[in-house]
Ligand binder design. Structure first.
Ligand code: BDR
Ligand code: CA
Length: 313
């Protein structure tokens, strides 16, 4: 039985690889993509999502535009990591032609979750959580209708990547994250603790490139671009690969391990806005609201990624 997913994303090279992995996996039925502002402004994330879908030969998948800005916070983007377009590293000289749906991503989200059978739709969130937070505010009934939300964001022992205390996706819209983490939806969180263990070592990127098909080569080209910032920053032999961990968890959850814990979102910190406050040792007595993963078998993850992407155009 395939699992129906909607991917909300801010591509972003690692978002693009996550979308490729989902499209390459027959266990998943990608209902739609929603492109939200995040790594780069929404005008770019929408264009990038079109490119990714066209590269994968899947212009048939409906694409919606999500929110243009965070709920309250001043917008933060990450061109210093992802380049001016957000998808630097591949040939960007061609113009995508697939349509963008007229309906807003938030309206689509509400309508499609209401129209589906309860527990039928899984949401995969790869960027700031703005769209889901708006949808939950306008239509609180969708919370109990979602099967699960699988998201990349936050950190426990790895703390932050955009500030010393906060991971980018949560920091970019902490008020939205606060709404999502308090909505009572089953949450699966792939934080920096996991993604910092899934390093794109040179031999792993080479294996991807050696697949030789268009999407694998594009994935290798994109990651070879976006890694430069992280290699310099961390001094590691490979850059973390973030967003594809969500899809890998849906496909092979045994690759990952973690705990059910309570995660609070710091919305009003002086130095710690956007921090995920993880009650790892159960000191607060608050009921767990998330399965928070902290470890991964990175070889198994890259084997999955490489073999699946080989099946794309
Ligand atoms: C997250 O932020 C973005 O830069 C990546 O696409 C990923 O979703 C990592 O902190
Ligand atoms: Ca992302």
């Amino acid at each position: 039985m395939t699992r129906k997913i909607i991917i909300d994303t801010d591509p972003g090279q690692d978002d693009a690889v996550a979308i490729f992995l989902a499209l390459a996996s027959s266990e998943l039925d990608v209902q739609a993509i929603i492109a939200v502002a995040g790594n780069v402004p929404r005008s770019h994330t929408v264009e990038n999502a079109r490119r990714v879908l066209e590269l994968a030969g899947r212009a048939d998948i409906p694409l919606y535009a999500g929110a243009e800005r965070p709920l309250q916070k001043t917008q933060t983007t990450a061109e210093h990591v992802h380049g001016p377009t957000g998808l630097d590293g591949i040939d960007m000289s061609w113009s995508p032609s697939m349509p963008v749906q007229e309906q807003s991503g938030v309206e689509y989200l509400i309508q499609s979750v209401r129209a589906a059978e309860p527990q039928d739709i899984t949401l995969v969130m790869l960027g700031p959580l703005t769209d889901l937070a708006i949808a939950l505010t306008l239509a609180p009934d969708i919370a109990s209708r979602l099967r699960e939300v699988v998201l990349m964001g936050g950190a426990w022992s790895e703390l932050g990547n955009i500030t010393p205390a906060a991971e980018f996706n949560i920091y970019a819209d902490p008020q939205a994250a606060d709404i999502v983490f308090n909505a009572g939806i089953p949450l699966v969180v792939l934080p920096l603790d996991v993604t910092h263990k899934c390093l794109g070592l040179p031999e792993r990127l080479k294996a991807l490139r050696d697949n030789g098909n268009r999407c694998s080569v594009a994935a290798a080209d994109m990651l070879s671009y976006s890694e430069r910032f992280d290699l310099d920053k961390y001094g590691w032999k490979g850059a973390p690969l973030h967003d594809p961990c969500t899809i890998a968890w849906l496909l092979q959850p045994e690759i990952f391990s973690g705990r059910s814990v309570h995660v609070g979102i710091e919305t009003a910190g002086v130095l710690s806005t956007g921090m995920t406050v993880v009650d790892w040792w159960s000191v607060t007595g608050r009921a767990p609201n998330a399965l928070f993963l902290t470890d991964a078998d990175s070889d198994a993850f890259y084997t999955l990624l490489t073999t699946r992407l080989a099946t794309l155009p």
